[in-house]
Design a protein around this ligand. Structure first.
Ligand code: UD1
Length: 419
């Protein structure tokens, strides 16, 4: 495992371009399994998680070519519907190939996703959804097998919580269940769900209502090929915006979709950050003082995203007063807080809520990244802290941030990756 050495404090200036969305590309790659013809995806970020999904598609028998942000996926001539544990354990999103494979080839087996560093992440909604779509589910030796049991005319699936992964999994599986009308109630509304629906519809499927709480899928016989461009990564964009604001910098973030980041913009404006939209996909971020304290509730989209919660806590750690961050998506996602205390941050956590007592300065420290977004948060802490910070066990940052060292260096950060 490598480490990132960060020298601080620094003021970020210049500009940074956002890559394609990891969380959009992953379910779309999984959905490409449905297609009988070539799929071409553009703006695919070059990330570890994307390579894992490509390995899974290859294990399923697809021929995949990935270069310069373009992924070309040809359907399998000799399909394999048993996806091995070594691939699934690397990334939870790989579980989402179970339904598409079972819908297309009648039966598929995928290992249960392993434990997760941001808290308990069961797959019960996924499995209940697949059962309602007519699949039998068997779990043996840690492997889930889904097998088409009976054709269903209408499936009404009401999610207990608007799970992003379950919404995507059910939507994709239902897309080629010919003659089945599926309704997903209390669906997740994230932009990545809309992007997946656009992809599916381009491939000849019929998905309506994505981006709202009620999604309808009219199953078609087959999905054909298509060309699709992945949306910008709102979490990567948000991370750079927070980093610029936290360092009291003045810089431009381009290539983003501003409409996907309204909740973040509201929070930052309320704490004193100046955000001016220069174009549809370009924003200037500047901050000239310590932030005002704020109260944030982390909720499903369009609320404040859980994937920016660790980063915003770093930003608030130097606020002029006490802030509150209530996490409702992954209630125990606060592992980064222990590490932030090493910088001198004053944060208390209890019962899904972090109380952040703003301090005047942080000091560089040796810390360890516990998960992907925690790693990003610790790097931001290193940028605003006095002295040298070493973010150890940092490699998971490359699961979600394309060229992060180069992008931060271009923003005038002093940062180096060491093996
Ligand atoms: C996706 C994102 C992840 C983000 C999360 C929440 C991808 C690849 N990952 O993860 O970056 O942090 O959305 O925005 O897109 N739950 C259950 N049972 C289930 C499924 C979920 O109880 O079967 C619970 C989870 O434990 C969690 C909540 O639902 O408390 C939300 O999880 P979910 O939206 O499913 O997250 P992911 O899709 O795994």
């Amino acid at each position: 495992m490598g480490k990132l050495i960060v020298e601080g404090p620094v003021r970020l200036t210049g500009s940074v371009r956002v890559s394609g969305s990891k969380n959009s590309a992953l379910p779309i790659l999984a959905a490409a399994l449905l297609c009988d013809e070539r799929v071409v995806l553009e703006n695919v970020p070059n990330l570890m998680d994307i390579h894992t999904m490509i390995e899974i598609l290859s294990a399923a028998g697809c021929r995949v070519f990935f270069e310069n942000g373009v992924a070309i996926i040809d359907p399998p001539t000799n399909p394999c519907t048993d996806i091995p544990y070594e691939l699934v354990r690397k990334m939870r999103a790989s579980f989402n190939v179970l339904g598409p494979l079972a819908a297309k080839f009648q039966k598929a087996s995928v290992s249960l996703p392993g434990g997760c560093s941001i808290g308990v992440r069961p797959v019960d909604y996924h499995l209940e959804g697949l059962q309602k779509l007519g699949f039998s589910i068997k779990i043996e030796h840690g492997i889930v097998t889904a097998e088409m049991e009976k054709k269903i005319d209408e499936a009404i699936i009401s999610l207990p919580f608007p799970s992003v992964g379950a919404t995507e999994h059910i939507m994709t599986t239902a897309a080629i269940l010919d003659g089945t009308h599926t309704v997903i109630e209390n669906a997740a509304m994230e932009p990545e769900i809309e992007d997946l629906a656009i992809f599916l519809n381009r491939a000849g499927c019929r998905v309506l209502g994505a981006g709202t709480k009620r999604i309808e899928v009219f199953g078609v016989k087959k999905a054909h090929g298509c060309i699709h461009k992945i949306i910008p990564d709102r979490i990567e964009a948000g991370t750079y915006i927070i980093a610029i604001a936290a360092t009291m910098g003045d810089a431009i973030v381009e290539g983003l979709d501003v409409s996907h980041l309204i909740s973040l913009f509201d929070v930052l404006k309320n704490s004193g950050v100046s955000l001016s939209q220069l174009d549809r996909d370009k924003v200037r971020v500047s901050m000239d003082r310590r932030p005002d304290p704020i109260k944030i509730q982390v909720t499903p989209y369009p609320g404040f995203p859980t994937d920016l919660q660790p980063q915003i806590i770093v930003f608030l750690s130097k606020a002029q007063g006490t802030s509150t961050v209530i996490e409702t998506v992954f209630k125990s996602r606060f592992q980064h807080v222990d590490e932030l205390r090493r910088f001198g941050a004053k944060i208390e956590v209890s019962d899904g809520t972090a109380i952040v007592y703003g301090v005047e300065r942080l000091s560089g420290a040796q810390v360890s990244a516990t998960d992907l977004r925690a790693a990003a948060a610790l790097v931001i802490a290193g940028l605003i802290a006095n002295g040298t910070t070493s973010v150890n066990e940092v490699d998971q940052i490359f699961r979600g941030y394309e060229d992060i060292v180069q992008k931060l260096s271009n923003l005038s950060a002093v940062i180096e990756y060491q093996k």
